[in-house]
Design a protein around this ligand. Structure first.
Ligand code: NAP
Length: 250
């Protein structure tokens, strides 16, 4: 059996876990950072929490005799991806990155791309606006420094700190178009600030914004990591099967 470690926290990692359930060719563990209070757990062995940097991950890979590492973390989880590349190199473990394609703007979209959330907050300007933030909890500081806007903040768990007066909505995707239209209309949203996460689970907000002429400030993807990348669970399975044949010397 091939010992596999999946670095998860995404819809794609969950889909891969479902594809691997009960497959006797693989001995799989899913790793989660432990950020969300009630994570969706796969029916596979799981471990939760950081490894303790690159050195900790190298030690884990060696101790658990991991042969194949699948980095299926979120496109903006750049530190984990960097650590995976360094640790896989040091521990001589095969590494694959599972990364969903970025969203691409379509006719009718009103997107402005920005490199980071500080630039996004600056783009909102000095005149108060009604803003929907779907950016998670890590990058709220620039918006807390611009408290004259009226924010609606949607995230899986409520953040510890939020911009003053923000309306907090806790919800977990996938989201449907009808609900996203209702949200934008009910809160009279003028601008949506989001990250180019890609994938289908949270894409309905883009279609809703397009339909209603709502402006989008979109944080661009970080630079692509220097590693073999696939974009779905099926291609990851093919890579894993290939790893088993390499180990058998086929
Ligand atoms: P990050 O900044 O790249 O990683 C920070 C640290 O968290 C890592 O160095 C590692 O700690 C730990 N970590 C991250 N992912 C882990 C995993 N799957 N298993 C074990 N430890 C992990 O990551 P982040 O942006 O905070 O994201 C945390 C998790 O949430 C990721 O698993 C990601 O897939 C998921 N997520 C992130 C976003 C986002 O927008 N960033 C959105 C949705 C889901 P050590 O150094 O101690 O090993």
């Amino acid at each position: 059996m091939l010992r596999v470690l999946i670095l998860g926290g995404t819809t794609e990692a969950s889909a891969l876990a479902v594809a691997l359930e009960g497959d006797v060719r693989f001995d799989v563990t899913m790793s989660l950072a432990g950020r969300t209070k009630a994570p969706v757990l796969p029916r596979l062995p799981c471990r939760v929490g950081g490894f303790g940097g690159v050195a900790g991950l190298v030690a884990y890979l060696r101790h658990e005799r991991v042969a194949a590492l699948v980095d299926a973390t979120h496109p903006f989880a750049t530190q984990m991806t960097r650590h995976a590349i360094e640790a896989a190199g040091a521990a001589e473990v095969a590494l694959l990155r599972l990364d969903r394609p970025a969203w691409v703007s379509q006719a009718g979209d009103r997107w402005t791309e920005v490199p980071d959330m500080a630039a996004a907050a600056r783009m909102l300007g000095d005149v108060p606006r009604r803003v929907l933030l779907t950016i998670g909890q890590k990058d709220l500081a620039p918006f807390m420094a611009a408290p004259w806007h009226q924010y609606v903040l949607r995230s899986v768990d409520a953040p510890d700190r939020a911009p003053m007066g923000a309306k907090i909505i806790t919800a977990r995707g996938p989201f449907e178009l009808v609900g996203e239209l209702a949200l934008l209309q009910r809160d009279r949203i003028e601008v949506l600030v989001t990250k180019n996460s890609g994938g289908t689970a949270t894409a309905a907000k883009l279609a809703a914004a397009r339909a209603l002429g709502v402006e989008i400030i979109m944080m661009q993807r970080p630079p692509a990591p220097q590693v073999t990348v696939v974009d779905d669970a099926a291609q990851t399975m093919a890579w894993l099967v290939h790893q088993t044949s390499i180990r058998r010397g086929v």
